[in-house]
Write a new protein. Structure first.
Length: 233
């Protein structure tokens, strides 16, 4: 609370101060403190601030689940998801898990080349941020149907298939500010269209986004070379 109070009155903050605070959270693996500091350390863009208004910010709650496999699960809430994607073309959240600083982003692909998601398609990207050690990644992003509770039509009230996207690294994942060597990558990118129902996140009225316009997702991750499945208990 003292740190938060000091930050409130220390404006503007130098980039070096922000970097040191982010590093302090990472060194201590303090995701709870990082959650509280993130809005102060990285203010919203003008577009996000306009669209979010008083609705509230995004939230990530990450828990390390298996120290042996370096596994963790992150519960993610993104406010005004569709509006921000349509206007700003990108939404991102950051969090700390397994002694690493992660960024999960949703964005519209701006490239149109072989073996890349088609231009304009919505994608999800996973990357490591500064001072995080390299690692192999095998993860799955899970988004469940959010049916309206008071729907009378029985067909509409039936839950739809869960969106499940495999996000695995072709090589070691390294921080975005690091040099890459052979078999290393800075970001894992997967098109939402790789899941049968994934592309419906772009459509108005999709039942995968709740009536409060919040996208709720779960990222289950294991820091190891990919196996046949990625299941985090």
């Amino acid at each position: 609370e003292l740190l938060l109070a000091l930050l409130r009155y220390s404006v503007p903050r130098a980039p070096s101060t922000i970097s040191e605070l982010r590093l302090a959270c990472l060194v201590t693996s303090d995701q709870n403190l990082f959650r509280q500091l993130r809005r102060k350390l990285k203010p919203l863009s003008g577009t996000d601030e306009m669209l979010l208004g008083a609705v509230g910010s995004d939230d990530v709650r990450a828990v390390d689940t298996n120290a042996t496999e370096g596994a963790f699960a992150a519960e993610i809430k993104i406010s005004q998801f569709q509006k921000r994607m349509r206007v700003g073309k990108e939404v991102e959240v950051e969090f700390i898990a397994q002694a690493r600083l992660w960024r999960l982003s949703f964005f519209a692909s701006s490239q149109d080349r072989p073996r890349s998601p088609r231009w304009g398609s919505w994608c999800v990207g996973l990357s490591l941020m500064e001072s995080s050690p390299p690692t192999w990644v095998d993860s799955r992003l899970i988004i469940q149907d959010q049916p309206v509770q008071d729907v009378i039509d029985e067909e509409q009230s039936k839950p739809k298939p869960t969106i499940s996207l495999r996000i695995k690294s072709p090589g070691e994942l390294v921080p975005t500010n690091a040099f890459t060597h052979v078999n290393q990558t800075k970001q894992i990118v997967v098109s939402l269209e790789e899941s049968i129902m994934g592309q419906t996140l772009q459509f108005g009225g999709t039942s995968y986004i709740a009536s409060d316009e919040v996208l709720r997702a779960r990222l289950e991750t294991r820091l190891s070379k990919q196996g046949s499945e990625c299941v985090i208990m």
